[in-house]
Design a protein around this ligand. Structure first.
Ligand code: HEC
Ligand code: HEC
Length: 492
């Protein structure tokens, strides 16, 4: 079932302005992005450069143990914009610490929800997730007791981890060649670019001297400067012999494993929130936070999906299953208007305004078109109908982490929500309030739009919670205790 995208003309007009631009690339950003967004982007880029320079400084005296060396390599790659086709977009562009390792541009969170790629006129279909805690997701598997798929990374679990034994590593292989993200035409380009970077020697000492011992073709620079996707007739445009191709694949795996190693490190996955301090007996909830936590685990049933731990289980605030909570479509996603060829002839979203994000079910049926996907296990195809439109339960750790009070964050897979209060109100009243009329000013308070899809929608635990306004506020207040940095890292 498809919802009406009443605001679609805005996204379409925005993108139309873009498509008039002469050529793609970093310079054309101004055609789509507002001055406010551009100013924030410039600040974020400067901060990425600063963190990168500081981290490169640590190469002078690298740590003496291999785990920490891998974490350092991972950080250097996460902040390396040279790994994108136009050398302008690091992973961190969509995942910065001050925003809880999710989107750091308030103006984009408030408007487009999704982020532009290295080709700045191409926006993705989803809101950036947090990369913290992601490596703690299990390898995707079917739990017959629960009757559910559990694990993997990405909103649709498509980074299964079944090839590398690590969902976050398989996740890190997605963005470099995703045409709407870092945009390289070939994974070998990521390896080639890494071979030119100051961390090369450390990489070789950790992963072996063979890592970059690849006979690069003379045109590699030129080929790798061409945004992907490559033509169907030539899926690997960097021409390598079979041994070098295999080596490039292995080195790419090791780059990804290094990144996942950093994401799992105590610098990122810190367990240093007020909630953790309360667990450790080093702090106390306020009355409101405590009331919120009781509701979270009781009347509001949040804990049934966003689990706060259990015997032998870390409180990660997700159970790594997927659900359809009935999130409305977000008509502000520029992706809906990406149904015409861009300046390079690429069409990101052939379905245009009729696109519906079918989440896990779509991955199980079709794989994923936009990024280097983990292979789909054909034996799981029968699970696709029951997973249609289901989205993986995200961790709530750092859900309120923001650089300042005025900073807007976007929530859920499509960024439809821009405040925690609105989400809690949605859980509370989805099935109580009427449908909104077009341009209804009550949207989000006295009415809700139709769900993006009603397939497999959860109606037992979501939609009619009977919470008062004060109870909604208390739950928000509890979620605010999940921001890391309350305790100094290493002292928890
Ligand atoms: C242009 C923005 C952008 C860039 C650049 C980007 N990401 Fe993401 N990231 C996203 C979005 C959007 C999602 C969710 C995508 C989806 O579910 O399809 C995501 C999801 C993730 C997740 C999954 C978290 C989870 O809990 O499942 C991790 C981990 C992550 N990104 C790490 C990275 C790494 C590592 C890089 C660089 C190699 C990177 N990202 C580059 C936007 C970006
Ligand atoms: C049936 C399982 C389930 C229950 C119960 C549930 N959630 Fe969720 N929650 C999800 C899923 C799935 C998503 C992602 C939805 C999407 O992207 O469309 C989500 C998303 C969220 C987000 C957005 C996080 C982000 O990073 O974007 C917040 C906040 C949240 N839930 C809070 C709560 C609270 C508070 C409650 C209780 C009132 C609750 N949830 C109950 C499954 C659940």
């Amino acid at each position: 079932m498809k919802a009406q995208h009443s605001l679609l003309p805005i996204a379409a007009a925005m993108l139309a302005a873009t498509l008039g631009a002469a050529a793609p690339g970093a310079e054309e950003a101004s055609a789509t992005l507002s001055p406010q967004a551009l100013q924030e982007i410039a600040q974020v880029e400067a901060e990425i450069d600063r963190i990168e320079a500081q981290t490169i400084g640590r190469l002078a005296i690298p740590p003496d143990n291999q785990v920490q060396q891998i974490e350092l390599l991972g950080k250097l790659m996460l902040y390396d914009k040279q790994l994108s086709v136009n050398r302008n977009e690091a992973c961190a562009f969509c995942h910065m610490p001050e925003a809880g390792f999710t989107g750091p541009v308030s103006e984009l969170n408030r408007t487009t929800g999704s982020y532009p790629g290295s080709v700045r006129t191409r926006f993705g279909n989803r809101k950036p997730q947090s990369h913290a805690y992601a490596p703690l997701s299990p390898v995707l598997h079917y739990n017959s007791g629960q009757g559910d798929l559990v694990g993997g990374n990405f909103w649709d679990m498509r980074a299964t981890g079944r090839r590398l034994g690590n969902p976050a590593a398989e996740q890190a292989e997605g963005p470099p060649t995703n045409p709407v993200e870092m945009g390289l035409p070939d994974i070998a380009c990521a390896v080639y670019r890494a071979s030119q970077r100051p961390y090369r020697a450390l990489f070789e000492s950790v992963w072996g001297q063979q890592a970059f011992a690849i006979d690069w073709p003379g045109d590699v620079e030129q080929v790798c400067a061409q945004p992907g996707p490559p033509p169907a007739s030539e899926p690997t445009p960097v021409h390598l012999g079979p041994i070098d191709r295999g080596r490039a694949g292995t080195t790419f795996d090791q780059m990804a494993q290094s990144i996942a190693g950093y994401e799992a490190s105590a610098e990122v996955t810190t367990f240093s929130s007020k909630f953790d301090a309360v667990l450790a007996g080093k702090a106390q909830f306020t009355t409101q936070e405590k009331a919120g936590y009781d509701l979270f685990r009781g009347k509001a049933q949040c804990n049934t999906c966003h689990r706060d731990g259990g015997p032998g289980e870390d409180p990660l605030f997700t159970d790594f299953t997927a659900s359809n909570i009935g999130t409305p479509a977000n008509p502000r996603l520029p992706y809906y208007a990406e149904n015409r060829p861009d300046a390079l002839g690429y069409v990101a979203n052939p379905a245009g305004s009729s696109y519906v994000d079918l989440g896990v079910g779509n991955f199980l049926t079709n794989g994923h078109l936009l990024s280097h996907p983990s292979a789909v296990d054909a034996r799981w195809l029968k699970l696709a109908p029951g997973n249609q439109a289901r989205i993986q339960v995200p961790t709530l750790r750092n859900v309120d982490k923001r650089p300042d009070q005025g900073f807007v964050k976007a929530y859920v897979h499509n960024g439809y929500f821009t405040s925690l209060k609105a989400i809690v109100h949605f859980y509370n009243t989805r099935d109580v309030l009427p449908r909104c009329q077009p341009h209804d000013v009550g949207e989000g308070t006295t009415c809700w739009p139709a769900p993006e899809s009603t397939d497999n929608m959860n109606t037992s635990r979501v939609g009619r919670l009977g919470l008062s306004d004060a109870e909604e506020d208390a739950i928000v207040s509890f979620m605010q205790t999940l921001s890391d940095g309350f305790m100094p890292v290493g002292q928890q």
